[in-house]
Design a protein around this ligand. Structure first.
Ligand code: ADP
Length: 150
């Protein structure tokens, strides 16, 4: 018996949890896709954030719902503007890896005030998108911990 309270055990368990196994499937589009098609993808795939990749499937940008709304209230023709014009681009993308601690990714979500973080696999040429962590994934972990206890 360690003498630890259940609160301490719960905190320890949470602090050891990794991203791996708690991520969702990422929705990825090519950088040359139009803003119009990106909006269609948000609805058809039912996600709030799209990750943008280049021809080599490396991460080059992120598109949020508000990025798409901002482009939509402009006077441009949405079918002719590629997403790479309006996305948040590298190197300003907050990312994580499967081996990262989930609690650190949750802290990143709060600090940067964003909804989703791509889970990436680092290669010599760039980052491959292998998953997605959103506030929903973190909420699910919280509920799981409450259900299973320590
Ligand atoms: P919304 O803009 O719909 O409220 P977010 O809060 O997630 O959604 O996004 C806010 C801004 O941050 C957007 O301009 C978006 O492109 C950018 N953003 C979203 N996710 C990331 C990320 N992982 N790394 C860097 N920037 C991001």
């Amino acid at each position: 018996y360690t003498g630890k309270t259940s609160n301490q055990l719960l905190a320890e368990k949470l602090k050891k949890m990794l991203v791996d196994g708690h991520e969702s499937t990422p929705v990825v589009i090519n950088e040359n896709v139009s803003v119009y098609d990106a909006i269609v993808t948000v609805f058809s795939e039912d996600v709030g954030t799209l990750f943008v990749t280049d021809a080599k499937a490396h991460l080059v940008g992120v598109l949020s719902r508000k990025d798409l709304l901002r482009a939509s209230i402009g006077q441009q023709k949405l079918t002719t503007i590629p997403v790479n014009i309006i996305m948040t681009r590298m190197p300003n993308i907050t990312m994580c890896q499967k081996s990262d601690l989930l609690i650190e990714v949750a802290e990143k979500l709060i600090k940067t005030q964003i909804d989703a973080i791509p889970v990436v696999n680092k290669t010599i040429n760039g980052f491959e998108v292998v998953g997605r962590i959103t506030k929903t994934n973190i909420t699910r972990v919280l509920v799981e911990l409450a259900e299973t206890g320590v």
